[in-house]
Design a binder for this molecule. Sequence first.
Ligand SMILES: NC(=O)c1ccc[n+]([C@@H]2O[C@H](COP(=O)([O-])OP(=O)(O)OC[C@H]3O[C@@H](n4cnc5c(N)ncnc54)[C@H](OP(=O)(O)O)[C@@H]3O)[C@@H](O)[C@H]2O)c1
Length: 234
Amino acid sequence: MIMATESVLGKTVVITGVSRGLGRAMAREFVVQGHRVCGCSRDAGLLDELREELGAGHPLTQVDVTDDASVQAWANEVSQSVGAPDLLLNNAAVINPNAQLWTLDAAEFDQVIDINIKGVANVIRHFVPVMIDAGQGVVVNFSSGWGRSTSPEVAPYCATKWAVEGLTQALAQELPSGLAAVPLNPGVINTDMLKSCFGTSASGCPSPEEWVEVAVPFLLKLGPEHNGQALSVG
Ligand SMILES: NC(=O)c1ccc[n+]([C@@H]2O[C@H](COP(=O)([O-])OP(=O)(O)OC[C@H]3O[C@@H](n4cnc5c(N)ncnc54)[C@H](OP(=O)(O)O)[C@@H]3O)[C@@H](O)[C@H]2O)c1
């Protein structure tokens, strides 16, 4: 089990997509640094493994972010048990298999849109009101280099990350003072998602464990003064 460096829990950090990749590495590192993590993803087995590692006080829930009712139930459970998030990290996402746009079938395109855009909106819909009541908190919507540039064969993914940038900027204009929303380009990190689009060259990129050493302190410093800024880690 992970041992926190402080005995008192610091911030409450809600993270979508904690079963693998950046989400799992962030969950571990926030806990090591003495913060409370509330996480979700779809894979119950991987959540069980992480629950064992993180120990009590860090509720992990099986939620598909595309299911608005499940997200609502999860948000209610989190706000009743631990209160409003200080940090809400919309990290969960998928990428399409590398392919020219016109060769992807409708179901493949829809899945990327449903998770990467509608999923983010579902999480915002049910967590942000609690943060507004609390008068503080930062929403970080994971974007990408491909939310600010494009490449061939990842058009659906690019479309969703450009959408995340726009959605986040508009949200930033709506939030009351004390809160913030930022789109975040995390950089290029060796995860399952990167292997899908980069193939074997993904192994030359930093691991999620290396990335969190920079990313978690960076995330912990975000506050209302960052509202609406398009940020990048590193
Ligand atoms: N890795 C990079 O270099 C890179 C670069 C730019 C941006 N990003 C962004 O960083 C974030 C994390 O990426 P990653 O590389 O860590 O990806 P990853 O390794 O593929 O992990 C994605 C996570 O999202 C979860 N997820 C996917 N669909 C979900 C759903 N419908 N409901 C709940 N959880 C869901 C997955 O869990 P389950 O499958 O168990 O649900 C998994 O835990 C993403 O937003 C990605 O676009 C990554």
